[in-house]
Design a protein around this ligand. Structure first.
Ligand SMILES: [Zn+2]
Length: 115
């Protein structure tokens, strides 16, 4: 059986991975920052636009069109998006707010270049 070093570091050492990077930080928030900086991704962040299940671009949806699929506690929300492929429904809940705060922090640390 291959060791972890053989699985993860050997391909980097043989240049089999063209855009590999060894994340130094052990803290998830700092790891995200490292990756955004290393690959110059600040201008490429387009959060909440793709399905987390299948990566299809999300579409705006009316409350009425997704009503049966909503948990009762979120039916009063104002904005919904739906994945046209897997039909998953998204809304701005507590997870969304936590992610938005995290991404706002990333953007403050790594401002995107102005066009
Ligand atoms: Zn999907």
């Amino acid at each position: 059986m291959a060791s972890i070093g053989e699985l993860f570091f050997a391909p980097l050492m043989r240049n089999a991975v063209e855009r590999g990077y060894w994340v130094r930080s052990t803290e998830p928030k700092q790891q995200l920052l490292e990756v955004v900086r290393r690959f110059d991704l600040a201008a490429s962040l387009h959060p909440f636009t793709r399905c987390m299940q299948c990566n299809t671009p999300l579409e705006e949806a009316s409350r009425e069109s997704v009503w049966e699929r909503l948990p009762p506690e979120v039916r009063k929300k104002q904005a919904f998006r739906v994945c046209p492929t897997c039909r998953r429904v998204y809304w701005e809940g507590t997870h969304h707010l936590r992610m938005r705060k995290l991404l706002d922090w990333v953007r403050a640390q790594v401002p995107a270049p102005q066009p």
